[in-house]
Each structure stands twice: as structure tokens, then as C-alpha cells.
Design a protein around this ligand. Structure first.
Ligand code: 5GP
Length: 189
């Protein structure tokens, strides 16, 4: 299958670029797109519903899923909690010919590339490094050391762009969301 016809799209990009906002926009405006619900060991935030935003599981359940090879990919994100993509719902969505979207971190995207190289890999980029810096440190609550560490990580994450098939710049969430869905529906032409 050529990538233009691939029904599976992986969206990744640096921390704080706004992947979650773009995915939420697609969920709201394009119900024809099937969006994978990840499993995570982190606790739910107040507005999050189990089974909608994530499947919230404990460490023992996550271990079980890994041992059963039930995850297409998984990673420890931000050095704390584990996140993974349940494999079977992805297979089922693709078997039903649906357009499927995974919003995962860079480590996860690399694993999917090894297992499903025919998928389309979309890098969500900030308008500029300065803008990413503003989004990252905007709250101003971090120590200088923490800020330094985050910026170093952001530089490394931006360098991953060349591993992707196509870049979408997140200037405005709706614009980036439309471009993403357009790529999913019509490919890169
Ligand atoms: P949050 O905890 O803010 O919802 O997400 C934190 C990070 O985890 C985001 O960068 C998001 O892309 C990543 N993430 C969410 N689900 C998955 C997943 O299933 N696999 C991987 N590898 N990363 C994920």
C-alpha cells in the first residue's frame, strides 16, 4: 500500500506543541476519524473520563498487557508514567476501512514505524523554536535548571522531524486539525 492510501496516521511532535489540542479538535469536528484510546498508568485529571480520553490502569494491569503483547507500542513518558496503544482496536478499525489516528510520543512513533512502516507519520511542529519555548516555560514556575532541561529536550525532539513523512505546523489548532484530516483523507498531494 502506498503511504498516500494508508489509513493509519501517527501524530507525534515535541512536548507542549499542542498534539492533545489538535486531537481534541479532530475528535469534535471529524467523527469519521477513529482515534485510538491509549492505556496509561497516570491518574485521571478531573475532566477526563475512563475509556474516552484514556483507559486508566494500574501498574499490574499494564504489566499484564505488555506480557500479553496486547500493545502496538508503549513508552515511559516524561520519565514517570507508562502509556501504550492497545493493538486490537487499531486492527479492528483498519479492518473496517476507517481512518485511524494515533496521538503518541516520539518513542512510540518509532516503535510503530518498525511494526507498521506503511503508516503515515505526521510531525506536529511549532511555528518557531521561540514559540515552543514560550509554550514550554510560559507558566514560569520552573527552576532555571528545570527550564534548561526542558529546552534541551525540546531541541532533541525537534530534530526528530526528519524521521517523519510530513510536517504540520501548529499555528492555530483548527488550521492544523484541518490539514491533518486532509492528509488522512487525500494523502500528500
Ligand atoms: P498526557 O499525560 O498529557 O495526556 O500525555 C502525555 C504524553 O503522552 C503526550 O506527549 C502524549 O502524546 C503521550 N501519549 C499519550 N498516549 C500515548 C501512547 O499510547 N503511547 C505513547 N508512546 N505516548 C502516548
Amino acid at each position: 500500500m502506498s503511504r498516500g492510501a494508508s489509513r493509519l496516521t501517527v501524530l507525534a511532535g515535541p512536548t507542549a506543541v499542542g498534539k492533545g489540542s489538535v486531537t481534541a479538535w479532530v475528535r469534535e469536528h471529524h467523527p469519521e476519524v477513529w482515534i485510538s484510546v491509549s492505556v496509561t498508568t497516570r491518574r485521571p485529571r478531573p475532566e477526563e473520563q475512563d475509556g474516552v480520553h484514556y483507559h486508566f490502569v494500574d501498574d499490574a494491569e499494564f504489566d499484564r498487557l505488555v506480557a500479553a503483547d496486547a500493545l502496538l507500542e508503549w513508552a515511559v513518558v516524561h520519565g514517570v508514567h507508562r502509556y501504550g496503544t492497545p493493538r486490537r482496536p487499531v486492527d479492528e478499525a483498519l479492518a473496517e476501512q476507517r481512518l485511524a489516528l494515533l496521538e503518541i510520543d516520539l518513542q512510540g512513533a518509532r516503535q510503530v514505524r518498525r511494526r507498521m512502516p506503511q503508516a503515515r507519520f505526521v510531525f506536529l511542529a511549532p511555528p518557531s523554536f521561540e514559540e515552543l519555548e514560550r509554550r514550554l516555560v510560559g507558566r514560569g514556575t520552573e527552576t532555571a535548571q528545570e527550564r534548561e532541561r526542558r529546552l534541551r529536550t525540546a531541541h532533541e525532539e525537534l530534530a526528530a522531524e526528519r524521521e517523519f513523512d510530513v510536517t504540520v505546523v501548529n499555528r492555530r489548532v483548527a488550521e492544523a486539525g484541518e490539514r491533518l484530516v486532509e492528509l488522512m483523507e487525500y494523502g500528500e498531494a
